[in-house]
Design a protein around this ligand. Structure first.
Ligand code: FMN
Length: 371
């Protein structure tokens, strides 16, 4: 029996052709905080880091949260896609991934009020980077700190929101020019789009708040603007936090409604289902596959559309990933930390699940490793 994890998957596209990806093991987006120059230009680190996953057999390799404008970075050391120098550095990574048979995805992001924070690296402080250390003022849905310990953000007015939407579209155009196959809009983990989605952080009373229609408007406008410039033969996806894990917060029912609208009206055909990240200290029952039930909920809610749903979060073992897919809880899995520990996770999983040696997704240079 063929392992479901290593059956190719087609990510639907607006033109109907679809993008065929060699297997269902995707790399989750992971910030590297590796840009010493603080200019948003991906470095050799990113080439080697992401390139290793492509050599390691993953079907789709997704970049770290890539900021659509400088103030949208989480930390000063994050990648961006707001200028051509950044685009050209991304293009090199994409070329390498393609040469290794992997599809290349970019996660486009705006950190909003969670921007300008210290990189999450050993020995670094927590909280906001001050202006004296090249930090910057942040923006959000409303005035005030998004989380305790962060500097207060300033509420975006309608012109400011339009600028953010334009920045997503510009970055999407550059992502296409860089050769990316897949674009994922980051609407999860408490960053700007999530700050607008959640009633916990969006108490606006204008057309961008005041009920679910208003709170989802920015995400819908971003998807629409990106869709306009992102080619019809390339899949468009979104990453959501399907729950804030807080009573009265953004929840799975609202997530399903948003995903359905994005699929029906804006051609979003891939939903990567994460959770949390908005409210510090939320009680999250972390354990193996703890977010999979949320992916399963979205998979069921989107039945009848052709949307691909991926599950993520402590999916670490081949058999575990296979079970998620074989039981119909998701169509693909995104692998994060297990891939950091072992960039060859996908090849190893394929061998463990009985994929014949000749069909392993490894680089041919590594054939003598004899998985
Ligand atoms: C080092 C690191 C950086 C991360 N950066 C991002 C990011 O840029 N964008 C994002 O959506 N999630 C990010 N995440 C979350 C992961 O994509 C993933 O959802 C999470 O780690 C859970 O999956 P895992 O248990 O397989 O690691 C990051 C996680 C780690 C460990």
């Amino acid at each position: 029996m063929t392992a479901r994890l290593f059956e190719p998957i087609t990510l639907p596209t607006a033109d109907g052709a679809g993008l065929r990806v060699r297997n269902r093991a995707f790399v989750a987006p992971m910030c590297q905080y590796a840009i010493d120059a603080e200019d948003g230009v991906p470095t050799d680190w990113h080439l080697v880091h992401l390139g290793a996953f492509a050599s390691g057999g993953f079907g789709l390799v997704v970049t770290e949260a890539t900021a659509v404008e400088a103030r949208g970075r989480i930390s000063p050391r994050d990648a961006g896609l707001w200028n051509d120098a950044q685009r050209d550095a991304h293009a090199r990574i994409v070329r390498f991934a393609h040469a290794r048979g992997a599809a290349a995805g970019v996660q486009l992001a705006h950190a909003g009020g969670k921007g300008s924070t210290y990189p999450s690296l050993p020995g670094r402080p927590l909280g906001t980077v001050p202006a004296a250390e090249r930090g910057w003022p942040t923006v959000s849905a409303v005035d005030g700190p998004v989380q305790p310990g962060l500097a207060p953000a300033t509420a975006l007015d309608e012109a400011g929101i339009a600028d953010v939407v334009d920045a997503f579209a510009d970055a999407a155009r550059r992502a296409d020019e860089a050769g990316y196959d897949v674009l994922q809009i980051h609407a999860a983990h408490g960053y700007l789009l999530h700050q607008f989605l959640s009633p916990l952080t969006n108490t606006r009373t204008d057309g961008y708040g005041a009920g679910e229609e208003g709170r989802t408007r920015l995400a819908r406008e971003v998807a629409a603007a990106v869709r306009k410039v992102w080619p019809s033969h390339k899949p468009l996806g979104i990453r959501i936090s399907a729950t804030d894990w807080v009573e009265g917060g953004w929840d799975v029912a609202a997530s399903a409604r948003l995903a359905r609208t994005l699929a029906d009206e804006h051609g979003v055909t891939w939903v990567d289902v994460s959770t949390g990240g908005l409210q510090a200290g939320a009680a999250i029952p972390v354990g193996p596959g703890y977010q999979v039930p949320y992916a399963a909920h979205l998979t069921a809610a989107l039945a009848g559309t052709d949307t691909v749903v991926s599950a993520v979060g402590l999916i670490e073992h081949a058999a575990q990933a296979e079970t998620v897919l074989a039981t119909g809880q998701a169509h693909a899995v995104s692998i994060g930390r297990a891939a950091l520990r072992n960039p060859h996770w996908a090849t190893e999983a394929a061998a463990a699940l009985g994929v014949p040696a000749a069909d392993l997704p490894r680089a041919e240079q590594y054939w003598r490793a004899r998985w």
